[in-house]
Write a protein that binds this ligand. Structure first.
Ligand SMILES: Nc1ncnc2c1ncn2[C@@H]1O[C@H](COP(=O)(O)OP(=O)(O)OP(=O)(O)O)[C@@H](O)[C@H]1O
Length: 623
C-alpha cells in the first residue's frame, strides 16, 4: 500500500480536528481561537483584501492609459514618417523632371563639356606622387631645397622687367614664385671650367632657351617642370645640375662604398637611359680629367644587362644612377644601394613616366626616398592634365615652358602624303631618295617593322630594325642596331615609336612615318628625331583610309600651328566641334588639338591597359 493512500486521511484529521482525536500526537498543536476573535480576524483580512484590489485596479488603469498613449504616439510617428517620405519622393521627382527639362534644353556642346569636366574631375582625384611614409605621416615640404649656388651679382641685380624681356626674346614662359633669372651665357652659370671646355669641344657655345632658364632654376634647388620641343637640349639642362650637386657633395665629404647615390635620372626606355648614361659619363670624365674635381661614379641600371659588369661602380661611393623603373626597383629591393641620401630625382619624358604604365613604379621608387629632394620633370610633350598633377606632387615648382607643350619642332619640315596601304612599301623606296642618309622609318606595328626592314634589305638598302621586344636577345639586337646606325655603318633604321623615344642620333636627314601613330604626341616625338640642336630636317608621313579621322584632325591642327603646308585632303576634314559651335581648345589629356577629352585615344588606351592589368592581376592572383 502506498503512503499516498493514507495521507488524505491524515490531512482530513488536521483540517477538522475532532475533540475525539486530539490525542493524535502526530498532528502539530493548534491553539483554540474563539469565534468572535476569528470573525474579527476574517473581517480584517477581507478589508485588507479589498484595499489591495483597489490598488491593483488603479495600477491596471494607469497601465492601460500609458499603453494607449504609446500607441497614439507611435501612430503619430508613422504618419509623420509617411508624410516626410512622400515629400522627399515628390522632391526627387520634381528634381528629376526639372533636370530632364534642363537636359532637353542643353546643346550637344554643353553636354560634351559636362562630360569632359566629369572625366577631368575623376583624373584630378589621383593620389599625389610622394613616398608612402610621407603620405602616411602627412609630411609635406613647404620650402624648396637650399643650394650654395648663386648667380653673379650683376645678374642678381637685374630687374624683373629685364628678366621678362630676356624670357620674351627666347619665347620662354615661366610660372611659379621667386624664379631664378635667365642666364644667357654658360660662363655666368658657375659651371666648372673643365666642363665649359668640354661643351665648347662639342660645339655647344650658347645655352638653348630651355637651358638658359632651366639651368638657373635647377641649380638654385627648385623643383621644376621643363617643357621644350624635341632636340632642344633638355638632357644637359637636367644632367648638369646633378653633376654639379654630386661634385659639391663629394667635395664636402667624399662618398665611400655603400654611400650614395646623390641623385637619379629615370627614363622610360632602356635606350634612352643608355644614351643619358653615356652623356653623363662623358661629362663626368671631362670634369675629373684635370684632377681638380673629384671622379664621379655613375651606374646604369636597366633591364637586359648584367649588373655584375658594373660591380666596380658599386664598390665605390655611388654618385649618380641612370635607370629604368623596373631594374631600379629590383636593385633597391635587393638593397644593392639605398636612396637614404638621394637629393635629386629627375624624370625624362616625364609625361610618359607618370602617366601610362609607369605610375605605380614611380610611386614604388618614391617610397624608397627618405628625405626631401629636388624633383625635376622634363618632356617635349606635357598635356595640361599631367602638368597639374605633377605640380601637386612637387614643392613650390617652377614651370619653364618653351613654346606650347606638345607643339612640333619648327625646324622640321612636315610633309603629309596620302598613300594607299598596298602602295606604301614601293612608295617608301621612292621616299628614301628625297634625302641623303641617315633616315629613320617609323611604324608602330612590330611585325611591320620587321617586314619593312626585310623589304629594304631585299632592295639592297642597308637597314637595321629596333622595336620594343623585351627579350635579352632583342635587347642585344637593339644595341647592335643603334650602334651600327649611329656610327653610320647603316643608312636606315626602321623603328617602333616606343623603342626610339628621346634618342638623339646625329644629323638625321629624314624621318618617314610609315604608319601614323594614333596619339599625336607620339608623332611629335617621332618627327623630332630630325631637326635637332638647331639643324633642319624633313618628316614625311603616310596616311590613308586606315588613319582615324580624329588623328587626322590632330595632325591638321598641328601642321597649321607650325605654319606648315596642309594637304588638300586634310583641309576637307571638318571638325565636328566647330560644326556644333563648341570650343576648340586642345585635349588636356594628350595635348591633341583636334578632339576633346571624351574622344581622347590616349584615355581609351589608358583605360584599356588598366582593365587589362586588372584582369591579369585577377587571373594571376596578383592582388
Ligand atoms: N646649347 C646647345 N647648343 C648646341 N647643341 C646643343 C646644346 N645643348 C644640347 N645640344 C645638342 O642637341 C642635341 C639634342 O639634345 P637633347 O637630346 O638633350 O634634346 P632633347 O630636348 O632632350 O630632345 P628629346 O625631347 O627629343 O629627347 C644633342 O646632340 C646635344 O648635344
Amino acid at each position: 500500500m502506498s503512503t499516498f493512500e493514507s495521507s488524505p486521511k491524515r490531512r482530513r484529521v488536521t483540517r477538522s480536528p475532532s475533540p475525539n482525536n486530539y490525542y493524535d500526537l502526530d498532528e502539530p498543536y493548534e491553539p483554540y481561537v474563539p469565534v468572535a476573535q476569528r470573525r474579527q480576524a476574517r473581517l480584517a483580512k477581507l478589508s485588507s483584501l479589498g484595499a489591495a484590489t483597489d490598488k491593483e485596479k488603479a495600477q491596471r488603469e494607469q497601465q492601460e492609459a500609458d499603453e494607449r498613449e504609446d500607441e497614439e504616439r507611435e501612430e503619430e510617428r508613422r504618419k509623420e514618417k509617411a508624410r516626410r517620405e512622400r515629400t522627399l519622393l515628390m522632391e526627387a521627382q520634381e528634381v528629376h523632371t526639372r533636370k530632364a527639362a534642363e537636359d532637353a534644353q542643353k546643346t550637344d556642346v554643353e553636354r560634351a563639356e559636362e562630360k569632359d569636366a566629369e572625366i577631368l574631375a575623376a583624373i584630378a582625384a589621383r593620389r599625389k606622387l610622394a613616398s608612402d611614409l610621407e603620405l602616411a605621416k602627412g609630411i609635406q615640404y613647404t620650402d624648396p631645397l637650399k643650394t650654395s649656388w648663386r648667380p653673379p651679382k650683376y645678374i642678381r641685380d637685374r630687374s624683373a622687367e629685364e628678366n621678362r624681356r630676356i624670357r620674351d626674346k627666347y619665347h620662354i614662359i615661366v610660372e611659379g614664385d621667386d624664379i631664378a633669372a635667365p642666364i644667357e651665357h654658360f660662363t655666368d652659370m658657375k659651371i666648372p671650367e673643365p666642363l665649359l671646355k668640354f661643351l665648347k669641344s662639342k660645339r655647344i657655345f650658347m645655352p638653348t632657351p630651355i637651358q638658359l632658364q632651366g639651368l638657373p632654376v635647377a641649380l638654385s634647388g627648385r623643383d621644376m617642370i621643363g617643357i621644350a620641343f624635341t632636340g632642344s637640349g633638355k638632357t644637359l639642362a637636367f644632367c648638369l645640375p646633378l653633376i654639379m650637386l654630386a661634385c659639391e657633395e663629394d667635395a664636402k665629404l667624399p662618398l665611400i662604398k655603400g654611400e650614395g647615390p646623390v641623385g637619379v635620372v629615370l627614363c622610360p626606355s632602356r635606350e634612352l637611359a643608355s644614351q643619358t648614361y653615356e652623356n653623363i659619363l662623358q661629362w663626368t670624365e671631362a670634369l675629373s680629367r684635370e684632377g681638380t674635381y673629384p671622379r664621379l661614379n655613375t651606374l646604369l641600371c636597366i633591364g637586359g644587362i648584367s649588373m655584375s659588369d658594373q660591380s666596380h661602380v658599386l664598390n665605390n661611393g655611388l654618385h649618380i644612377v641612370v635607370a629604368t623603373p623596373g631594374r631600379l626597383i629590383d636593385m633597391l629591393e635587393k638593397k644593392r644601394f639605398t636612396f637614404n641620401n638621394c637629393k635629386y630625382v629627375c624624370m625624362d619624358e616625364a609625361d610618359r613616366m607618370i602617366d601610362l604604365g609607369f605610375e605605380d613604379d614611380v610611386r614604388t621608387i618614391m617610397s624608397f626616398l627618405r628625405r626631401q629632394r629636388q624633383t625635376l620633370l622634363f618632356s617635349a610633350t606635357m598635356p595640361r592634365k599631367i602638368q597639374d598633377f605633377a605640380q601637386q606632387s612637387l614643392t613650390k615648382p617652377v614651370l619653364v615652358n618653351v613654346g606650347r607643350a606638345g607643339a612640333a619642332n619648327l625646324d622640321v619640315l612636315q610633309v603629309v602624303e596620302y598613300v594607299k596601304q598596298e602602295a606604301k612599301m614601293v612608295y617608301l623606296l621612292e621616299c628614301l631618295q628625297k634625302t641623303a642618309p641617315p633616315v629613320i622609318v617609323f611604324s608602330d606595328n612590330k611585325n611591320e617593322v620587321d617586314d619593312i626592314q626585310e623589304y629594304l634589305l631585299l632592295k639592297g638598302v642597308e637597314a637595321v630594325a629596333i622595336h620594343g621586344s623585351k627579350s635579352a636577345y632583342a635587347q642585344e639586337e637593339r644595341q647592335y642596331a643603334i650602334k651600327a646606325f649611329k656610327s653610320g655603318a647603316k643608312d636606315v633604321m626602321v623603328a617602333s615609336g616606343v623603342a626610339s623615344k628621346g634618342l638623339d642620333f646625329n644629323d638625321i636627314q629624314h624621318v618617314i612615318i610609315f604608319s601614323m601613330p594614333k596619339e599625336i604626341e607620339d608623332y611629335v616625338h617621332q618627327i623630332g628625331r630630325t631637326g635637332r640642336s638647331g639643324k633642319t630636317g624633313i618628316a614625311t608621313t603616310f596616311v590613308n583610309m586606315n588613319t582615324p579621322e580624329q588623328t587626322l584632325l590632330d595632325l591638321k591642327y598641328l601642321l597649321m600651328e607650325a605654319g606648315q603646308k596642309v594637304p588638300p585632303f586634310l583641309l576637307t576634314i571638318d571638325d565636328p566641334r566647330a560644326a556644333q559651335g563648341g570650343s576648340l581648345k586642345g585635349c588636356p589629356v594628350c595635348g591633341g588639338l583636334g578632339h576633346s577629352i571624351s574622344n581622347c585615344p590616349k584615355l581609351e588606351d589608358t583605360q584599356r591597359r588598366q582593365m587589362a592589368s586588372h584582369r591579369s592581376n585577377v587571373d594571376t592572383g596578383g592582388y
